[in-house]
Design a protein around this ligand. Structure first.
Ligand SMILES: [Zn+2]
Length: 286
């Protein structure tokens, strides 16, 4: 149920919106989102943004934590090239639990239901959020929805209905380091070269295998939006400030993917948005 609802949100809803608004079939990253309409251009709580430790409000809030994330996920684990990214529906664990995130500025649990990546190209970095002007090589998004709602489709209609855990990735050219599960996702992307192709990830993994030893202690948190059309402003962002290292070879695989028009799927990040009157928090320990 969650898987199908998630696909509706990511695929049907943006397409339907653009068909109504623009008469066009689909949206692209060719202008990094500058050509997206409706709320994407008129909204005041948009994402991503440039994060700045100097101007962020330092606040002693609980750390963000994951739950059920060490339990093995049910198989098969399937990634899909949806024309915008490679996407993994996070299934329940083999014990029938949905992994979740909680803590930080979140109230209650948020079911973790989707994972995807934003990346650059051979010559450019591609994280969505930036630290002042610095852009990391890539950014993983773990998309979660509040347990207060029956599914992600309902949650996205409410402010704070969605929470995203964002983890920066930095390319490691030494080839020594990698996040085991995430590397498997990136490796499997070699088998999803074109739009709507999918691949099964061999082996058994937990959500923790996908995020490795990401430092969950230090993060920014602010109220923002989906970074894809229709840019709904229902997201509590949790952006971890320390990047994790991923093998450089993996990134090269991502640059070979193609979108729905057959164009190279590179630089699939949205340009940074105005902060307007929002407060960005940076978590400090009590
Ligand atoms: Zn994303």
């Amino acid at each position: 149920m969650q898987a199908s609802a998630f696909h509706k949100l990511l695929l049907l809803l943006p397409v339907a919106f653009f068909e109504i608004a623009n008469g066009a079939g689909d949206w692209t990253y060719l202008s990094n989102g500058k050509d997206w309409g409706h709320l994407c251009s008129t909204g005041k709580l948009q994402s991503p943004i440039s994060l700045d430790i100097k101007t962020a409000v330092k606040k002693a809030i609980p750390r963000v934590w994951f739950g059920h994330h060490t339990q093995e996920l049910s198989r098969p684990l399937i990634i899909k090239n949806n024309g915008h990214t490679i996407h993994l529906d996070i299934p329940m664990t083999i014990k029938g639990r949905q992994p979740y995130i909680a803590g930080g500025r979140l109230s209650g649990r948020y079911h973790a239901v989707g994972l995807h990546i934003h990346w650059g190209s051979k010559n450019s970095a591609g994280s969505e959020h930036s630290l002042k002007r610095f852009r990391y090589d890539a950014e993983v998004h773990i998309v979660c929805y509040s347990e207060k709602y029956k599914d992600i489709m309902e949650a996205v209609q409410h402010k704070g209905g969605i929470a995203v855990a964002a983890i920066f990735l930095a390319a490691d050219k030494t080839g020594r380091t990698h996040i085991h599960g995430l590397s498997k996702i990136v490796d499997a992307s070699a088998r999803t070269p074109i739009y709507e192709s999918n691949a099964t990830i061999p082996g058994s993994y937990s959500l923790k295998d996908m995020i490795g030893n990401a430092n969950l202690e230090q993060f920014y948190s602010y109220d923002g939006s989906l970074t894809t059309p229709d840019c709904r402003e229902s997201v509590i962002w949790n952006v971890f400030s320390k990047a994790v290292l991923v093998s450089f070879d993996g990134f090269a695989r991502l640059w070979k993917l193609r979108d729905h028009s057959g164009n190279r799927l590179i630089n699939n990040f949205r340009t940074v948005q105005a902060l307007n009157n929002r407060t960005v928090y940076y978590r400090i320990k009590r």
